[in-house]
Every structure is written in structure tokens, then in C-alpha cells.
Design a protein around this ligand. Structure first.
Ligand SMILES: Cc1cc2nc3c(=O)[nH]c(=O)nc-3n(C[C@H](O)[C@H](O)[C@H](O)COP(=O)(O)O)c2cc1C
Length: 210
């Protein structure tokens, strides 16, 4: 299949089955995804696979973050509400994990696929390459990987949410202070029968001349 056809036929799957690509298969796809254009070849990204009960830990982190006030779509780093709760030492702040239905709801969300791949923008020191350029490289790797997984027959959807950049979620992924999560690729069996891809925008609306 040409890259053109692969892109035209790609679609996200919000519901996937129980099988997931193996570590070895992932490495093969990441090898190709990593050919993304990368100013100064800084490799400013890394990926973290979450399988099995590791997904429950993510659900727990989501629940703890939500209990502490959550995040916002514009949040650039750790959750301020979380930090405040932590300094108070209350339950939602880390002394105790949130439990019960509040936890179950988020664990179920994290279990929507057998494999989650966290996309981490991991900027490297550079006088020449700004952090936004490096984040663009990390996003490029994620888009490439999404396409490659789709082409290999896996169901994939890239998800984020307001809790992505909260402190409990950062801590679970052991992010360095300068790193940022760009979300997760949720991966599993593609459901049988490919649905039609959603309507494409008119390319002429997106190309002008100076
Ligand atoms: C950075 C990023 C974050 C996203 N976050 C979510 C999300 O949290 N929930 C969601 O339903 N779709 C999210 N999407 C969109 C889906 O991945 C997907 O593109 C969308 O459902 C449209 O389907 P399509 O890819 O088949 O066109 C996100 C996409 C990107 C690039």
C-alpha cells in the first residue's frame, strides 16, 4: 500500500479487542516511526507501554488527579490543584489513593484497550531547536506510529483529556521536569469490518498562496 493510500484509509477505532501487538512487533513499527523529520536529530521523544495492571495504575492516577481538582485543556504542566491538595496532605493529595466508584470509573477508561502507548515529548538541550519544534517531532512520531499500527491491522485511537498533564499522571510515568505527555495511543484488535473513514475536509480550503 502506498503512503497515500495508507493515509486515506486510516481511521481511529475507539473500541478495540483484547489482543495487542507484542513488544517485538512494536519495536519494528517504532523503527519506522522514528524516521520522522527531526531538526538536529535530537530524538526528543520517548514512548512508554502500559499493559495489564499497569493500566489500573493509570486509572488510579486519573482518579487521584480528578479528586484533587483535575486539570484543564490548557494545562502545560503539573496540576496546581493537585499540588495544593498534596501540601494539605489530604486523601486526594497522595497520602491515600482514591477508591470505590470514583476509581473504578477511571480504571475502566484506562482499560479500554489492552495496550496504551504514552507519547512523551522529551526536549533535549539545544541552542538551535526550540522546544515547540521538538514537541512537533514527538507528535510526528505518534502520528507515524498510529498510521503504521493501522496499516498493520491494529485498531488505534490517540486520546488525551484534561487529566493528561496532572501531577499524579506525570509521576506515574516518571517524567523528568522538562518532559510533557502528549497523550496515549490506545491499541488493540481492530473490530471486524472496516468502517468508512469520516468525511475529509476539502483540501482547497486549507491551501492558499502568499
Ligand atoms: C493529540 C490528540 C489528542 C486526542 N484526544 C482525544 C481524546 O481524548 N478523545 C477522543 O475521542 N479523541 C481524541 N483525539 C482524536 C482521535 O484520536 C481521532 O482522531 C478522532 O476520533 C477522529 O477519528 P479519525 O482519526 O478516524 O479521523 C485526539 C487526537 C489527537 C491528535
Amino acid at each position: 500500500m502506498s503512503a497515500y493510500d495508507a493515509l486515506l484509509h486510516r481511521r481511529s477505532h475507539s473500541k478495540v479487542g483484547l489482543r495487542a501487538p507484542s513488544h517485538t512487533e512494536l519495536l519494528r513499527l517504532i523503527d519506522a516511526a522514528a524516521t520522522v523529520a527531526d531538526h538536529s536529530s535530537l530524538r526528543p521523544w520517548r514512548l512508554i507501554a502500559l499493559r495489564g495492571e499497569q493500566r489500573d495504575a493509570l486509572g488510579q492516577a486519573f482518579a487521584n488527579a480528578a479528586a484533587a481538582g483535575g486539570g484543564s485543556a490548557g494545562a502545560g504542566g503539573g496540576g496546581g490543584a493537585w499540588a495544593a491538595a498534596e501540601s494539605r496532605g489530604d486523601a486526594a493529595g497522595g497520602a491515600m489513593d482514591v477508591d470505590g466508584p470514583a476509581r473504578d470509573k477511571f480504571v475502566a477508561k484506562a482499560r479500554r484497550a489492552p495496550l496504551l502507548i504514552a507519547i512523551v515529548a522529551s526536549p533535549k538541550p539545544s541552542e538551535k531547536v526550540a522546544e515547540w519544534e521538538q514537541a512537533a517531532v514527538a507528535a510526528g512520531v505518534a502520528h507515524n506510529l498510529t498510521l503504521l499500527l493501522d496499516e498493520a491491522g491494529w485498531g488505534v485511537i490517540w486520546r488525551t483529556g484534561n487529566l493528561t498533564r496532572t501531577e499524579p499522571v506525570r509521576r506515574l510515568h516518571r517524567l523528568a521536569p522538562n518532559e510533557q505527555l502528549l497523550g496515549w495511543l490506545y491499541v488493540g484488535d481492530a473490530p471486524p469490518g472496516r468502517e468508512m473513514r469520516r468525511k475529509r475536509p476539502n483540501p482547497a480550503d486549507f491551501l492558499t498562496e502568499l
